[in-house]
Design a protein around this ligand. Sequence first.
Ligand SMILES: N[C@@H](CCC(=O)N[C@@H](CS)C(=O)NCC(=O)O)C(=O)O
Length: 192
Amino acid sequence: MELLGSAASPFVRRIRLLLGERDCVFRGIDIYGADREALRQANPTMKIPVLIDDDQTVLDSRVIARYLSAQMDLAPLSWAQENQLTVIDGATDSAFLLLSASRSGIDIGQDMPFIQRQQERIAACVASMDAQAEQGAFQEWNYPAICAYASLDWMLFRELFDFASFPGLLALRERHQHQPMVAETDPRQPAD
Ligand SMILES: N[C@@H](CCC(=O)N[C@@H](CS)C(=O)NCC(=O)O)C(=O)O
């Protein structure tokens, strides 16, 4: 089994954390450079992560998580947990759009409806995640907690959001920082 991705991506990190110590080769690829054609062939959406398990290729972290959960005999997610993932992805997708815009030379501090809508979505999703964390969600190191941790830590690393007034999420980060593979998958470290 092989996971294509990059060490910096929160969507890839969540799968690496779900895999834990399980046998899977992590292949860091340069999605904006040398490996772009390989990425196109593996996944026409041209996004990471991509899981390759012999003849079966699986696209999108949410689907990869379902695929691995079935192999690992994990309980299916509840509808409430599915909604948690949707909210986490809402924040992460919009934060990633803003980072990509900024790297393309767009001033994301400017007063533009497209940018404001991303910031509005991130704020709403973070507030919802924080409220859920305060109510006891994400205490157990399961897939929703893994996704929340990876996205939160990535937004802090990229300085995309100020979490100072979200104690539930800061506590979540503190609580899970020593879980298996968290240190090894820290996006602040070199890829391999
Ligand atoms: N819904 C996808 C989102 C994956 C995603 O957006 N990955 C980013 C990296 S963090 C990517 O590959 N972006 C491609 C690009 O920037 O062109 C998933 O959950 O796998």
